[in-house]
Every structure is written in C-alpha cells, then in structure tokens.
Ligand binder design. Structure first.
Ligand code: GLV
Ligand code: MN
Length: 197
C-alpha cells in the first residue's frame, strides 16, 4: 500500500525532472477535470504476448490523476489457453472482478502453499501482496477481468522473464544450480524467451 496523500490531489507532472518517491504535483492552477478521467479501457486490446495475454495498465504513468491516491487498475484479456504467467506485484494487493470466461486463478504463499479456484463472470478474487500468482483461461472464449491495486504503481514482475530473460542474463551456472538441471536445459529455456522484449 502507498503512503497517504497530504492534500486533496496531486496530479502527476510526468515531465518533471525531479526524482522523488512518486511524482511531483502539477501546479493546481493547471489541473482540469480531464486529469481525473482515463479512457484506456475503451480501446480493444492490441497485441497479445507470447502467452496469449494482453494487459492494459492504468497506473500513474498512464493516468496521472492517480498520483498519491494509492490506487490503480489493469484490464487483462486472455485468449483460450492464454496464461498470465506467474508474477508478483511488489507494492500491492490485487482485487479482481471477472467479466467474461472461465479462469483458473491461483497464488502460492511464502510457505509454498498453493491456493486456487476456477472463477467465472461476476466473481471476485483477491491476491495478497507480493505473492506469486497466475491466471489461466480454461474456457473456449476469450476471458477478461479487471484488477484493482492498492498502489498507484503496483509493479509487475513475471517470474519466467525475471529469471530467464533479464539483461544482462543471470549466469547459467546459477540457474542450473537453482533448478537442479544441467546448463543445456537452462540455455534451452532462455532461447524460448529470446524474442520477448
Ligand atoms: C493480473 O494478475 C494482473 O496483475 O493484471
Ligand atoms: Mn497480478
């Protein structure tokens, strides 16, 4: 969760050259009603990633009115079989509403206990902060959900990409030891992500 605001609002000045925790406020004289609206979810999802998922984020970078308010939202669309692959949000809990489809939703605790459920339209799910979780579309149609976060900038770190597609790369020796397999298997996995940006 983010720190509490110290004023009614603080619309982010994304062009400021100051580096602070969050973004500096736009001069309130220049703030207009438009700063408190965003239409990013009106557009249909563009590209789907290699996991057949599209995530449209409405965080502070895309919706500057969220600055200091401790809130943001994502829209996630998954093709049939699409997997929003295991990831964490380092700065937020996630509360999501399923709009369409059938999703296998799960998270793993710090004690490595696996919790899961199949959810469908109208159902909510919650992911505690910082825990590894995923959603898999197990239906025959696209699935869609909206996820809200108690941070203006929840962050999203995908486990496969963090481990196998970092820049520079994590040494094979480390991953080989970590996953208890030989280095050729690590090289193979890395090659699968070579085209992901
Ligand atoms: C879904 O888990 C998301 O973080 O958008
Ligand atoms: Mn998530």
């Amino acid at each position: 969760a983010d720190p509490s605001p110290l004023q009614d609002f603080c619309v982010a000045d994304l062009d400021s050259s100051l580096y602070i925790n969050g973004f500096p406020c736009k001069n309130p004289d220049n703030v207009s009603s438009q700063d408190f609206f965003a239409n990013g979810f009106q557009q249909s999802p563009g590209e789907f990633n290699i996991f057949d998922v599209n995530v449209t984020r409405q965080d502070v970078q895309r919706f500057p009115g969220l600055n200091t308010l401790g809130l943001s939202m994502n829209r996630v669309v998954l093709k049939p079989g699409g997997l929003n692959e295991p990831h964490v949000h380092p700065r937020a809990s996630e509360l999501a509403l399923v709009m369409d489809g059938n999703l296998f939703v799960a998270f793993v605790t710090t004690g490595n206990v696996f919790y899961w459920k199949i959810v469908t339209s109208g159902e909510l799910f919650v992911i505690p902060p910082g825990l590894v979780h995923f959603q898999l579309n197990i239906g025959h149609e696209n699935a869609r959900f909206f996820a809200s976060f108690n941070s203006q900038n929840p962050g999203i770190q995908f486990a496969p990409l963090a481990l196998f597609n970092s820049t520079p790369s994590i040494p094979d020796l480390v991953l080989s030891k970590a996953f208890q397999v030989n280095q050729s298997i690590i090289e193979l996995i890395k090659s699968r992500f070579a085209t992901v940006s």
